[in-house]
Write a protein that binds this ligand. Sequence first.
Ligand SMILES: Cc1ncc(COP(=O)(O)O)c(C=O)c1O
Length: 459
Amino acid sequence: MKRIETPARPGIDWAKAQSLLRRERAAFEAANPRSRELSARAAQHLMFGVPLHWMNDWGTPFALHLREASGAHLVDADGHTLVDFCLGDTGAMFGHSPAPVAQALAQQASRGLTAMLASSDAAAVGELLAQRFGLPMWQFALSATDANRYVVRWLRASSGRERLLVFNGCYHGTIEDVFVDLVGGRPVQRASLLGQVHDLTRTTVVVEFNDLAALEASLAQGDVACVLAEPAMTNIGMVLPDPGYWEAAQALIRRHGAALVMDETHTLSCGPGGYARAHGITADAVVVGKAIGGGMPCAAYGFSAEWAQRAVRTKRDAPPGHSGIGTTLTGNPMSLTAMRATLSELMTDSVYAPMLKLSTQLAQGLREVIARRGLPWCVTQLGARCEFQFRATPPRNGTQAGDALDADLEHLIHLALLNRGVLITPFHNMLLVCPQTTSADVARLLAAFDEVLGDIGQA
Ligand SMILES: Cc1ncc(COP(=O)(O)O)c(C=O)c1O
């Protein structure tokens, strides 16, 4: 983790923050000898010392290793039980190893893992997806990234248009096309993207969220195949749509012949049919990943009847050979049984109701702590997910949300919370509750948050 060198952020005493950082790093090192040992061993043969390089983004002095996880809690390699508000950045939104999924997987595990054939769960999963999300035709992928990639490919192919429109500051997984930012009003390919050899700005259009005029101006050129959007942005800090925004945006998108793709991978936190269903937005395509298999690697994407017909016609008329869509293990029996269990037993109103209630309590509690500590920060809620942001009012677009990010301050707060037994997402300040999260878990988080803010605030 970097040293805190950021210039003053209102309300924060940086000398106190520096001193807390030193104490928290020392505390983490003292409390986690087994994780340290495992990190050292992993460094021999794992690049970056972890299975995937961004597992180092937690801001801990070395990687915290997991022993086991269940419900809203996980136990680290040194035996500490942590309340988990990260929940695998949404993959475990229905709790770790939810019973219906664990049982379905245990049953399927001895009956074939992969065969490249449709398993007997396939039809039922299609029916459940159609019921939940209101779109009739579905296909699968192994990650939300791939589901987005395939949807964009289908829509480009079946519209005959090249361009993709995204919102500034978006994240839709590692689908390359979306890594274009608005810098000083101009599209710029994200410099961090490794090994990218094509100029993405030629085919990706980027506009600010909540800016209808910019959306219309870009669509008016008539070459946009689809708008790929989260209904509310969640990956640069949360950005909610202005009242009436989607109603007007949908009309513009349709008028200009583009398709609207709603990536509900994170906004599934809003209800069993995602944000769009809960707010009356009619998408042409929907992508769901992460939690859709209760934590198993899988994802799904659905099309309206019209776009499904166009896609099927496009495939039928294409020359034989690879479509560029799909992977060998996609739709394997394990992922299908996991999705069936998740959709039928976890994605229900009765499972969501307590999560939404507790998340509202959590958001309110965070606001109270922030107010008590006199910090000019706001809290935004999206169903079972909420986030504190380092600005006084909720951001309206990616630029505003991005300006409020502060990696050093985030890392310090996250590390200090972790040392007090609560884990939150390493990227910005998002917290998620699952069906097993309790009021006591929320109280623990709030007490820890209060203590940490007390240690770094000017008040
Ligand atoms: C909105 C959204 N879409 C897609 C993805 C990609 O998911 P995955 O990494 O599982 O492919 C993410 C990941 O954070 C996401 O937030």
